[in-house]
Write a protein that binds this ligand. Structure first.
Ligand SMILES: Nc1nc2c(c(=O)[nH]1)N[C@H]1C(S)=C(S)[C@@H](COP(=O)(O)O)O[C@H]1N2
Ligand SMILES: [Mo]
Length: 310
């Protein structure tokens, strides 16, 4: 029934047996809406990453199968359906790639991909990832703390926030024209959030460089916040004095705030955030405050009303 194309075979080489078994279970229990995940897969070449150490910043939740992580994506530049990025991003050009780090810093830098890959030791970190749409996955990311990059450029005393910007090129991303949000995609963090050791710059997942649909070649991962804060395919990082605008806040300010911490007690105006569907599981789970990372990050928000600062 499912005919594997040669391009798929490499996945079986890198996917542990347990994950394969989980995937089969997932496919067996898949709700109808996920049925589209079945079928042939095209995969752009990713490269194995060497010298990756395992980080202690890891959850022991069951990791989501690779082909779910790579075929159920939000990357509106490549279309708004979950399967669009896997189809439309395959020829995305991620080399050469330059990232500007600028603004309130003593040492602004322009880094190419090689410099980005070597900036700090690569770590594997298994993180929960909770989308504001109330689904979640568990991803074995590879990367290094955002703080490592920020220390390199030496933020000045005026730097209070970090603003991020994604790559955008209408020619390479024609589907973005109908996505209904403004591009380039922009996001931001408060500087102390950005310096928290959990905030990760990812260059890979599942042992290899990032697939284009997951934000190749270089993206942010902020596991205690809703997924949209984890901006993909970054080309600019700017240290700033004032809270920067963000794509989803500009699009619907009453629905998406700047902070967007995962919070089961504060519903989205149009749906509950109390529970989530972990992709591949049948029953919904209770959503955890700060996505379960409260021990590491709750102190960042001491004295703040998280209903007002949603
Ligand atoms: N540039 C850009 N970054 C983005 C998005 C996007 O549309 N464009 N979607 C966000 C949302 S809503 C989520 S849930 C995550 C999804 O990451 P994943 O597809 O790797 O799981 O990416 C975030 N980063
Ligand atoms: Mo999301």
């Amino acid at each position: 029934m499912m005919i594997r194309k040669p391009s798929d075979l490499r996945y079986s080489d890198v996917t542990p047996r347990q994950v394969y078994l989980n995937r089969r279970r997932f496919l067996g229990a898949a709700p109808v809406a996920l049925g589209a995940l079945l079928g042939s897969r095209a995969a752009q070449a990713t490269t194995k990453l060497a010298n990756v150490t395992k980080s202690s910043y890891t959850v022991d939740d069951k990791v989501t199968p690779l082909d779910v992580i790579t075929h159920y994506n939000n990357f509106y530049e490549f279309g708004t359906d979950k399967e669009d990025p896997s189809r439309n991003a395959q020829n995305f050009r991620t080399s050469p790639w330059m990232v500007k780090v600028e603004g309130e810093v003593a040492k602004p830098k322009v880094l190419d991909l090689d410099a980005l890959m070597k900036l700090a030791p690569l770590e594997e970190r298994i993180y929960r990832h909770r989308c504001v749409e109330a689904w979640s996955i568990v991803v074995p990311w590879i990367g290094y703390p955002l703080s490592a990059l920020l220390k390199e450029v030496e933020p000045t005393s005026k730097a209070k926030f970090v603003a991020f910007e994604s790559y955008y090129d209408r020619k390479q991303m024609p589907q973005g024209t109908w996505a209904g949000i403004q591009f380039p995609y922009i996001e931001g963090l408060r500087l102390d959030e950005a310096m928290n050791p959990l905030a990760l710059l990812a260059v890979g997942l599942y042992g290899e460089t990032l697939p284009p649909q997951d934000g190749a070649p270089f993206r942010l991962v902020v596991p205690w916040k809703y997924g949209f804060k984890s901006i993909k395919s970054i080309v600019k990082i700017k240290l700033v004095e004032k809270m920067p605008p963000t794509t989803w806040n500009l699009s619907a300010p009453q629905e998406y705030g700047f902070y967007s911490n995962v919070n089961p007690e504060v519903d989205h105006p149009r749906w509950s955030q109390a529970k989530e569907r972990r992709l591949g599981e049948f029953l919904k789970r209770n959503t955890l405050k700060f996505n379960g990372y409260g021990e590491q990050v709750a102190s960042l928000y001491t004295g703040m009303d998280l209903r007002k600062n949603y």
